[in-house]
Design a protein around this ligand. Structure first.
Ligand SMILES: Cc1ncc(CN)c(N)n1
Length: 240
């Protein structure tokens, strides 16, 4: 079961007046958040689903459940990207998010459609499946993050969703499974463009965290921790 995350070390102001990107241990905000949620993070990263997708052995009914639920996750995720575009403090950041949103709604969307076709998922099931509890909780968490209208809070949830996926999908030298349903879900999350986006995203979270006050950082940390727990629960529920 998910444990409460550990307390995080605080971030101190630099003499320049701008806050440091690292805490007293030299850790960035994103690294500290990941470490504080290590148990859930590692459980998701090493999940049975991850092992099976690399082996190309996720049973069809499990893959069907995963993709139909994940398609509902993606909808809220794109809405949260929209709020990140709206709340970002720079045009360059808005461009980066807009480009990423274009990828999610094109390459990733066609993957879902081809996957649904291959798995024989009916139209109604693609559009309006019965929503499982972790999916509903994730949708609510993404709405909560968006409703803060705070860039660091939006980033906290977006960073978990993309960094955790890069972390499990990035296995240098691993042989890809033959079925595109497995192989493409891996390559969508370990290609160079995605890797660069996650590095940038973490940098944005570090920057926004350094600019925020204690209350703002605590709000972002809470969202981050709950997102990590939900990533784990999301993988767990498809096997129940
Ligand atoms: C639940 C979940 N988390 C993250 C991702 C990666 N975009 C995803 N597709 N689904």
């Amino acid at each position: 079961m998910a444990r409460r995350p550990k307390r995080m070390r605080s971030y101190s102001p630099r003499t320049s007046g701008r806050r440091s990107m690292a805490n007293h241990s030299g850790q960035t905000f994103s690294d500290a958040l990941k470490q504080a949620n290590a148990e859930n993070w590692n459980a998701a990263r090493q999940h049975r689903f991850v092992e099976e997708i690399f082996a190309g052995s996720v049973p069809a009914d499990i893959m069907r459940r995963y993709l139909t639920q994940d398609y509902q996750f993606i909808d809220g995720f794109v809405a949260l990207l929209g709020m990140a575009i709206a709340t970002a403090d720079r045009y360059e950041s808005r461009i980066r998010f807009a480009q990423f949103a274009a990828m999610i709604t094109s390459d990733e969307n066609t993957y879902f459609q081809r996957g649904f076709d291959a798995l024989g998922v009916a139209e109604a099931e693609r559009r309006q499946p019965a929503i499982a509890a972790p999916t509903a909780r994730f949708q609510a968490l993404m709405r909560e993050a968006a409703q803060t209208r705070d860039y660091a809070c939006c980033l906290a949830v977006l960073t978990v969703a993309e960094w955790l996926y890069l972390d499990w999908a990035d296995r240098p030298g691993a042989v890809l499974p033959t079925d595109f349903i497995h192989a493409e879900w891996i390559t969508l999350h370990n290609n160079d463009g995605f890797r660069a986006f996650v590095i940038w995203l973490r940098g944005e979270l570090d920057r926004a965290g350094a600019d925020a006050d204690e209350t703002g950082r605590a709000a972002a940390a809470s969202l981050f921790g709950r997102a990590v727990a939900l990533e784990r629960a999301f993988f767990d529920h498809i096997y129940l």
